[in-house]
Design a binder for this molecule. Structure first.
Ligand code: 6GU
Length: 262
């Protein structure tokens, strides 16, 4: 996988990609990350990359030209025009913006199937809309809050996609069990000691009974999802036993709230 990142702050990426999973993927030759300064593509003497918004209002808007030239330089103008024309995306050209669709694990898998991705980091009050019209194939946000730029969002996307690539994580089971991998949150984990400040590791995890452990983990994952992210349950991949367990949890909560009625 090759990532090309367009940003006004290329230095931000050095320490993050110098550590952890992404670094190991780079060292293993599994991914390449090329970070480009948008300023280098500005054609005027002072390398201006932003300007006042038409129509007034505060702040500055990132100019279209340096970004469009950068993408065309990286992918070739023909490919860029062709995928905008046909809607058949060969290389996703992604604008990171709070005005994008929300990035999630499904989109991470989808991107993992491409050989290249271009990530454009927005800054200031936004990017001239012609970038979207001329080169972008997607717009992503990483959640409903505002960051001052798309850089941290681009890092999040790169990490989420990279760890899904074959050969990047050692233990494939770790991917399967991840929070969000099956549409629900991950179960709680414990390591030694078996008692810490009066808190015991659940007995079942010490039992050596793999079937019981698996069932306990599934139930804990469901319980945690119901408590912290009930919105996920609507689309989760649930079996009959899962639904019965959740129904029981909900009944129990109703009883706790209305003890006189039970
Ligand atoms: Cl992609 N960009 C910015 N500036 N803020 C965000 C975001 C992106 N995703 C969530 N907040």
């Amino acid at each position: 996988m090759r990532y090309d990142v367009l940003t006004l702050f290329p230095d931000m990426f050095e320490s993050v990609f110098g550590e952890s999973i992404v670094r190991r993927a780079i060292e293993a030759g599994r991914v390449e990350i090329h970070v480009h300064n948008i300023r280098d593509y500005a054609t005027d003497k002072h390398h201006v990359t932003d300007d006042l918004p038409y129509g007034g209002g505060g702040g500055m808007v990132m100019k279209a030209e340096p970004i469009v030239l950068a993408v065309e330089d990286l992918l070739g103008a023909d490919l860029v025009a062709r995928q905008k024309d046909t809607g058949r995306v060969e290389v996703p050209v992604v604008v990171l913006t709070p005005a994008g669709r929300t990035f999630d694990q499904r989109i991470a898998h989808e991107y993992g199937r491409h050989e290249r991705i271009v990530l454009i980091c927005g800054r200031y009050e936004g990017i001239d809309e012609r970038v979207s019209e001329l080169v972008a194939t997607d717009h992503l946000s990483i959640g409903d809050y505002v960051l001052s730029g798309g850089e941290i969002a681009a890092m999040a996307v790169i990490e989420a996609v990279t760890r899904l690539l074959p050969g990047v994580l050692g233990d494939m089971r770790a991917i399967v069990d991840d929070s969000h991998a099956q549409g629900i949150l991950e179960y709680p984990q414990y390591t030694r000691p078996s008692e810490y400040r009066g808190q015991e590791v659940p007995e079942v995890l010490l039992s050596g009974n793999h079937a019981l452990v698996a069932r306990w983990r599934r139930e804990q994952a469901l319980r945690r999802t119901l408590e912290r992210r009930p919105d996920l349950l609507a689309d989760a991949d649930l079996g009959e036993a899962d639904r019965r367990y959740l129904a029981r949890l909900c009944d129990r909560e109703d009883e706790d709230r209305n003890p006189q009625r039970s």
